[in-house]
Design a protein around this ligand. Structure first.
Ligand code: NDP
Length: 444
């Protein structure tokens, strides 16, 4: 059995009941086959085995008290996956579906994503099965303080710098940072996504969504195409989805559908994103409220139907495995030309195969949504330098980074004989830098 197949098999055997981790590892290792052929020395160094085994996994109890005085207990995680090229960096996710498999898949992806940004950041990820939905601000604060009371032992501005993800936005980062500062007595850049009054960076909030659209724009430009007049479907109504919508509309596209975890809205006149922001960011309410405020809009219960809405560009920006084989087929039949992944692993392996067979321009998450972590690294640079850049400066750097990532993955795909296959291109371009650093640092 060849080296890649053997490692995939071992991963499944050694990490039972971790389907999301198996899926991400399989996708990545399959993409690395041309690299392994060219570098037989990696097998002797057990490079793939080391690359797919976290350097450290921390799991802990998070007890907290709800508003009724009841004690609740959640699970906490931090997977410090790879620090070959810099301190661990990656978000925290608070969602009831969180388990070790999900955190490990996200952490593994993060290593390559962070490498692709060209910035010195390693890969990590963390979170909890805590569900912020329906909780009061006081309950959120109690939970965040308890979570950080344990997490602070394991992180630090030069060790591991967490950020937000699903369920962890500005409010949660504020409470987490406050508790870190109180326990450690240091005001340092230990978390990114901080508020602008305490070390945050302008444009961080917009970065993932904007970055995604900058990459799509570049892919279109290279094909003599543009966003002007294009019809777009975006899943999700959170941080990534909202700012992807803002930027796509600014560049002349029409976004006609979005969803939250209950159902999707369709607005043939183009989504009024100010209304979505008011509902989701300010009121923390359900997206179906949109139809009460915008004439002519429709609401459909359930999420999956969103992929039956015809579009030129699909931007899945909610969560993993949103687009399966059947949804991918419908999108292709309805004429989709570009798919850009804003969420992490939103397309199943079977879905990706459908897009690639149909010749769709498919921009994978680890490249297309790297704008968030890239801007987090810019936040770290501003913190260490005790200075601030303007919105325009950060935005210009972000755009430049996204364009560079696009060309790096495009070039890597060409160099390794898989032109246009950006799944392989992104995996190869991200992996080569990490592999070289790991080989140089000896058996660690
Ligand atoms: P948010 O929590 O801000 O928003 C997530 C959105 O997706 C919400 O609208 C939520 O619905 C919806 N959603 C979540 N889970 C499901 C589900 N199981 N089914 C249907 N809808 C769901 O998260 P973000 O926007 O920050 O993150 C979205 C994705 O982007 C994630 O995959 C994340 O890992 C990825 N990402 C985020 C980055 C960032 O900078 N924030 C950076 C890189 C990647 P509801 O409103 O009902 O909760």
């Amino acid at each position: 059995m060849n080296y890649v197949d053997r490692v995939i098999e071992e991963i499944k055997k050694k990490n039972p009941n971790e389907p999301e981790f198996h899926q991400a590892a399989t996708e990545i290792l399959n993409g690395l086959r041309p690299v392994i052929e060219r570098h037989p020395e990696y097998e002797k160094a057990a490079l793939l085995e080391r690359f797919t085994e976290p350097e450290r996994t921390v799991m802990f109890r998070v007890p907290w008290v709800d508003d009724a005085g009841m004690v609740r207990v959640n699970k906490g995680y931090r997977v410090q996956f790879n620090s070959a090229i810099g301190p661990y960096k990656g978000g925290l996710r608070f969602h009831p579906s969180v388990n070790l498999s999900i955190i490990k898949f996200l952490g593994l992806e993060q290593i390559l994503k962070n490498s692709l940004t060209g910035l010195p950041i390693g890969g990590g990820k963390g979170g909890s099965d805590f569900d912020p939905k329906g909780k009061s601000d006081n309950e959120i604060m109690n939970f965040c303080q308890s979570f950080m009371t344990e997490l602070q032992r394991h992180i630090g501005q030069d060790t591991d710098v967490p950020a937000g993800d699903i369920g962890v936005g500005a409010r949660e980062i504020g409470y987490l940072f406050g508790q870190y500062k109180r326990l450690r007595n240091e005001h340092v850049g230990v978390l990114t996504g901080r508020g602008l009054t305490y070390g945050g960076s302008l444009a961080r909030k917009q970065a993932t969504g904007y970055g995604l659209v900058y990459m799509v724009e570049e892919a279109m430009k290279c094909r003599g195409d543009s966003l002007t007049g294009k019809t777009v479907v975006i899943s999700g109504a959170g941080n990534v989805a909202i700012y992807a919508c803002v930027k796509a509309q600014e560049l002349g596209a029409k976004v006609v559908a979005m969803y939250d975890s209950n159902g999707y809205i369709y607005d043939k006149n183009g989504i009024d994103i100010a209304v979505v922001k008011q509902i989701k960011e300010v009121e923390r309410a359900r997206i179906k409220e949109y139809v009460n405020r915008v004439e002519g809009a429709e609401y459909h219960e359930g999420c999956k139907g969103i992929w039956t809405v015809p579009c030129d560009l699909a931007l899945p920006c909610a969560t993993q495995n949103e687009i399966d084989e059947a949804s991918a087929k419908i999108l292709v039949e309805n004429g989709v030309k570009y798919v850009g992944e804003g969420a992490n692993m939103p397309t199943t392996l079977e879905g990706i195969a459908v897009f690639q067979a149909a010749g769709i321009v498919f921009l994978p998450a680890k490249a297309a949504n790297a704008g968030g972590v890239a801007t987090s690294a810019l936040e770290m640079a501003q913190s260490s330098g005790r200075m601030y850049w303007t919105f325009e400066e950060v935005d210009a750097k972000l755009k430049n980074i996204m364009i560079n990532i696009y060309h790096n993955m495009d070039n890597a795909a060409k160099e390794y004989g898989v032109e246009g296959d950006y799944v392989s291109g992104a995996n190869i371009a991200g992996f080569m830098k990490v592999a070289e650093a790991m080989m140089a640092q000896g058996i660690v």
